[in-house]
Design a protein around this ligand. Structure first.
Ligand code: AMP
Length: 145
């Protein structure tokens, strides 16, 4: 899907928000939902999405939704840092299939990085163990300030 198109509420993140698909929940408030990426590029790879949005990408988002979303991203990133003590953090976001986007509900990736540990492939690695994701989600959740 290119930058042009319409929001499909059958996308996987919309299903997660409606409780139709499971997720390892890290955090939520009235604006945002954070959960573990099931094909993590690194241990602790976390996604943050707006709860009330039909934006497929950053360009489409209402500024009133974007403001609390980015604050949520910062809050969760701080918790990832506190919980997992990475050497660095990648915070990224893809717009349109040619740019690498695979799920068309706006989201931010928070990816911890450690010196000497290679980054996994985007949306192309193996599926994580659900029990491990649940444990990581609990560790990060405990550090939300
Ligand atoms: P993007 O390619 O930027 O659209 O990112 C979509 C991300 O969602 C990828 O990193 C996928 O690994 C991840 N993903 C796909 N399905 C699920 C799911 N059911 N639960 C959690 N993460 C998912």
């Amino acid at each position: 899907m290119s930058l042009d198109g319409t929001y499909d509420d059958g996308n996987i993140f919309a299903k997660i928000l409606r409780g139709e698909m499971p997720s390892a929940r890290v955090f939520e408030d009235e604006h945002v939902y954070a959960f573990m990426d099931v094909f993590p590029q690194a241990r602790g790879h976390t996604l943050v999405i707006p709860k009330h949005s039909q934006a497929r990408n950053l360009l489409e988002e209402d500024p009133q939704v974007l403001a609390p979303l980015i604050l949520g991203v910062q809050r969760v990133a701080r918790a990832v840092r506190a919980a997992l003590k990475p050497d660095g953090l990648v915070i990224t976001q893809f717009n349109g299939q040619p740019a690498g986007q695979t799920v068309f509900h706006l989201h931010f990736h928070i990816i911890p990085r450690w010196e000497g540990v290679a980054l996994g492939r985007h949306a192309g690695g193996g599926m994580a163990d659900p029990a491990e994701l649940k444990d990581l989600a609990a560790q990060i959740s405990a550090m939300i300030a």
